[in-house]
Structure formats: structure tokens, C-alpha cells
Design a protein around this ligand. Structure first.
Ligand code: SGN
Ligand code: CA
Length: 526
């Protein structure tokens, strides 16, 4: 009898402990990391209503926190993703550019969360050249992926899915949440859009709508880079000179031939994935744009051609964002409907910012604000007070440690960011950062942006361009937010230059970057 009693007691204790553990696990917050590719903060209405309304993305700011000073450590796709996953700068995780493969011996936060009992999944664009580790399920685009009828890499092999990439990425995400999510585990989901990456192909609904729109010109569209060094002048990302009339502004080879124009690419390539039916619908809208251009081109000059290209660029770029916004709404609605929202932290960001005509440019790469800064909106009910704007300097480097802390897991000591949890939960006094570090490597390469590193404080930004130049630039971020006046040689800033150079050296040391590593990564190009 006594033995029986003991067995029953031991059994009950075991059951209760495992119940409690399960409860604890389920109580852990779910994490949904939404990232688009090349989404400029200028194109989110929570930041700026000039260009587009994004009511669904804005919900994250209305119900949570809007970061106005979020930046990346290296403004280019795959390196930004590597920083996010590892919590380490590019020079440490080794993924300095889009060209090299990601070193999968790096430990990533999804691997740690998976081990800690999270169910993990990734859908959309990764761009690593290899498959992600630490995911129970993934369906990712190969490389850049296609907008129409894209191919996906899955654990069971490749598959082509008919339709529009932004809708499909969301369908895959919702399908996983509806049908394969384990209700007994917390989950971490990476929902990663290809849009609005070049060559900016909107869905039918939105190319019909957005090709009718005209957008205000940015103040710096005709920037002459007067006060800057060589890098800005030699970069190949100008709307007039380097944006393709064919791939980017969607003139047809026939239009080009008629006007005796040449270009570096042809339409067949970027629209390659479309079916005949999709192409016919596309031509019904873009055909008349071509005809009008044929009429107008003979009277155009550099300035009017720049403006025409800018308008065409924004129509398509913003058209792709309208789909992203709709689809983010679908996911947020699902969380609300399924009563998952209360225990889910939702993050919206981009792999970097983007130039929407500022300084005459498209693309990214530079440490100037439009591409250095990135959108960041976070909703976490009951933890973040609704509608807060946060201006502390945070980076994509901080995400890994943030998610680990959210999940109650200790981060590895060699991660280099800071958890954002104190900022999210109103414990700002714990946030001590006064400068952020940046380092861009991909040169010589497409768009010809020279290698540079630098630091930004809330007041100033110091940039050192190196490799085949040795040039410094300093911007007064408060007085010159558009970064038009490089004041590096202005005697009034002599002390600031000295202090910022000192701070840069300390910061490089702190993050273990060095001239030796700069040389190593230059040599890796030879
Ligand atoms: C492609 C684009 C570039 C872009 C890179 C990197 N050219 O090569 O404009 O800078 O991707 O983008 S394209 O003609 O092929 O569209 S990233 O977001 O993947 O880093
Ligand atoms: Ca990108």
C-alpha cells in the first residue's frame, strides 16, 4: 500500500512538473520577424506620408513602437541578413558582401531558439547561397528570386509556385501557421519579402493604380555632390545615368530601337517569369507608357528625362510596397482572429534603407541616411505601450540578442549587439549606447560604391572612404539632416573631427575591427 501511494505521488509530481514546463513554454512569446528587401523608411506612412499610405505596416507603430533612428551595420542584402542572424558585425561573421557564401559554422539565433524549444520557420527571401540552419521548415527564394511565378527552395526540393511573389510568401506563411504550427510550442517565424527589390514589378492591381500617379521630387534629386569626396561622384547609381531604361523603367526593346537608344539589359530578362496571360495584362498598361515616351523623348533634356525616370521608378517601386502592406495586414488579421496577437511580438524592418531619388540615386550601400537608416516598427501587446516613438540609435545587430531575451534565453557572450528589451519595456535608463558603427565592403562591384567605414552619433556622422582613396567626410546631422554639406575641412568643426576620429578608433577596437581585417577583405577580392 505504502509503495503504491509513493508511486502515485511520484507520478503526479512528474505530470505536474511537465505540465508546468509546457505551460511555461506556451507562455513564451511568439516572434514574427517581417522583413522586406530595400524598403525605404520614406515609403512607410508611419514615417512619412508624402509618397504612400501603408495602413497595415503602420498598425505596428500605432499599437507599438516606431524607431526613428534604426540603422544597419552594412547596407546591403545578404550581409545585413547575416548580421541579423548572428548578432555579429560583417567582419566577424565573415559575410561582408553579397558575393561570398555565408559561413554556416556561425551560430545563429534561430538555432538557439530551436534548441530552446521554439518551433521555427522561414518563408521568402534569404539570399545566402546556402540553406538556413535552425529551421523546422523553410521555403526560400533562390538568390534574388522572381516576382512572377517564382521558384522556391524547400527541404523537399525546388518547386515553382504560380502567382505573385508577395502574395505567395504570405500564403506559405499563413499555411504554416494554420496547418503546421505546434500549439504546444512558442514559434519564431521569419516572413521575408522580396519586394520592393529591383526591378520593381508590381502586381496587376497596383501597376494599374500606381502608373497613374505623380510624386513630388526630392529636394536633392539634382545633387551635384559639390562638398563630397570622390565616392559619391563615382558611384554608379544615378537615376539619369545608371537606371536602366529597359529593365527599370520598362521601355521595350522595340521602343529602344525606334528611338535609336541602347541600354545594358533587355526586357525579356526581368519579366522572364511571366506567363503569356500575365504579360498581355502587363503590356496593356505599359504599352501606352512606351507610346507616350516615344512621342515625348525627342523634346526631353537631361533634367526632364531624370524626372520621367524618377516618376516611372517610384510608380513601380511603390506599387510593389502596396502589396507588401496588404499582405502584412493579412498576417496581422490572422494573429488577431486566432487570438495569438497578445502573446506575439511582431517586428517590421528592411534589410536596409534605399534612395528614392535623394542625391539623384536609387540603390543603397552608402552610410548616408537614406540607406544607412532602416525602418523599424515593433508591436508587443502588454509590453510596449502603444504609439511610442523611440529615437535611440539601434541597429540590425541588436535583433538576435533582443529575440533571445524575449524568449528568456541567455545570448552567447560573443554577440555584439544590445538587446532592445529595455527600450521596448520602458526601461530606457538601461540603454547606454552613444554611437553606432558601419562598414561597407562590396567594391569593386555593381554600383561602384567605394569601401567605407564610419560612426554615427545623434549629432554627427564621420565616414572614412578607403581602399583606392583615402577620404574623410563629416556631417552635422542636426543642422544638415539631408547631408549636403561635408564639413570635414571646416575649421569650426576641427575639434569635432578630432573627437569623432578618436571615437571611431575606440569603436573599431570595441567591435574588433582593424586595418588588418580591412586588408584581409580587400585581398579576398584578388
Ligand atoms: C542586383 C541589382 C542591384 C542591387 C543588387 C544587390 N541589380 O544585382 O541594383 O544593388 O542586386 O541588391 S539588378 O539589375 O539585377 O536588379 S541586394 O538587395 O540583394 O543587396
Ligand atoms: Ca536589400
Amino acid at each position: 500500500m505504502y509503495i503504491m501511494k509513493s508511486i502515485v505521488i511520484v507520478f503526479l509530481v512528474v505530470v505536474c512538473v511537465s505540465c508546468a514546463n509546457k505551460k511555461l513554454d506556451i507562455a513564451k512569446p511568439n516572434i514574427i520577424f517581417i522583413m522586406s528587401d530595400d524598403h525605404a523608411y520614406q515609403a512607410i506612412s508611419a514615417y512619412d506620408t508624402t509618397l504612400i499610405q501603408t495602413p497595415n505596416i503602420d498598425r505596428l507603430a500605432n499599437e507599438g513602437m516606431l524607431f526613428t533612428n534604426a540603422s544597419v551595420t552594412n547596407s546591403i542584402c545578404a550581409p545585413s541578413r547575416a548580421v541579423i542572424l548572428t548578432g555579429k558585425h560583417s567582419h566577424i561573421n565573415g559575410k561582408i558582401d553579397n558575393l561570398s557564401h555565408f559561413d554556416t559554422t556561425n551560430v545563429t539565433f534561430p538555432q538557439i531558439l530551436q534548441k530552446a524549444g521554439y518551433q521555427t520557420a522561414m518563408f521568402g527571401k534569404l539570399h545566402f547561397g546556402n540553406n538556413p540552419k535552425g529551421f523546422d521548415e523553410f521555403k526560400i527564394l533562390p538568390g534574388q528570386g522572381e516576382y512572377y511565378n517564382p521558384r522556391f527552395i524547400t527541404q523537399k526540393g525546388d518547386t515553382i509556385i504560380d502567382g505573385y511573389v508577395t502574395d505567395i510568401t504570405t500564403d506559405l506563411t499563413l499555411d504554416w501557421m494554420k496547418n503546421r504550427r505546434d500549439p504546444n510550442k512558442p514559434f519564431m517565424l521569419m516572413y521575408l519579402h522580396k519586394a520592393p527589390h529591383r526591378a520593381w514589378l508590381p502586381s496587376e492591381k497596383y501597376y494599374k493604380e500606381f502608373t497613374k500617379k505623380t510624386f513630388p521630387l526630392p529636394e536633392t534629386l539634382f545633387d551635384d555632390y559639390k562638398t563630397r569626396g570622390t565616392a559619391a561622384k563615382t558611384a554608379e547609381m544615378g537615376i539619369l545615368k545608371h537606371m536602366s531604361l529597359v529593365n527599370d523603367t520598362k521601355l521595350t526593346p522595340a521602343t529602344m530601337a525606334k528611338l535609336n537608344l541602347t541600354d545594358w539589359n533587355n526586357l525579356g530578362e526581368s519579366l522572364g517569369g511571366m506567363t503569356a496571360e500575365q504579360r498581355a495584362k502587363w503590356d496593356a498598361v505599359y504599352g501606352p507608357i512606351n507610346e507616350k515616351f516615344i512621342e515625348e523623348y525627342p523634346t526631353m533634356n537631361d533634367s526632364t528625362l531624370t524626372i520621367w525616370k524618377y516618376q516611372r521608378y517610384l510608380q513601380d517601386y511603390l506599387g510593389t510596397i502596396a502589396s507588401v502592406d496588404d499582405n502584412v495586414g493579412r498576417v496581422l488579421d490572422y494573429l488577431d482572429d486566432e487570438k495569438l496577437a497578445d502573446n506575439t511580438i511582431v517586428i517590421y524592418t528592411s534589410d536596409q534603407g534605399f534612395y528614392l531619388g535623394e542625391h539623384g540615386w536609387f540603390d543603397k550601400r552608402f552610410m548616408y541616411d537614406e540607406s544607412f537608416k532602416t525602418p523599424l516598427l515593433i508591436k508587443w501587446p502588454n509590453k510596449i505601450k502603444a504609439g511610442i516613438t523611440e529615437d535611440e540609435m539601434v541597429q540590425n545587430l541588436d535583433f538576435a540578442q533582443t529575440f533571445l531575451e524575449v524568449a528568456g534565453v541567455t545570448a552567447p557572450k560573443d554577440m555584439q549587439g544590445e538587446s532592445l528589451v529595455p527600450l521596448l519595456t520602458g526601461n530606457k535608463e538601461k540603454w547606454k549606447r552613444d554611437a553606432v558603427y558601419y562598414h561597407y565592403y562590396e567594391y569593386p562591384a555593381e554600383h561602384a560604391v567605394k569601401r567605407h567605414y564610419g560612426i554615427a552619433t545623434k549629432e554627427f556622422k564621420l565616414i572614412h572612404f578607403y581602399h583606392d582613396v583615402n577620404e574623410w567626410e563629416l556631417y552635422d546631422r542636426k543642422k544638415d539632416p539631408k547631408e549636403i554639406n561635408n564639413v570635414i575641412n571646416n575649421p569650426a568643426y576641427a575639434q569635432v573631427v578630432k573627437d569623432m576620429k578618436q571615437k571611431l578608433q575606440e569603436t573599431r577596437k570595441k567591435y574588433k575591427d582593424s586595418e588588418e581585417l580591412d586588408r584581409k577583405y580587400i585581398e579576398s577580392y584578388n
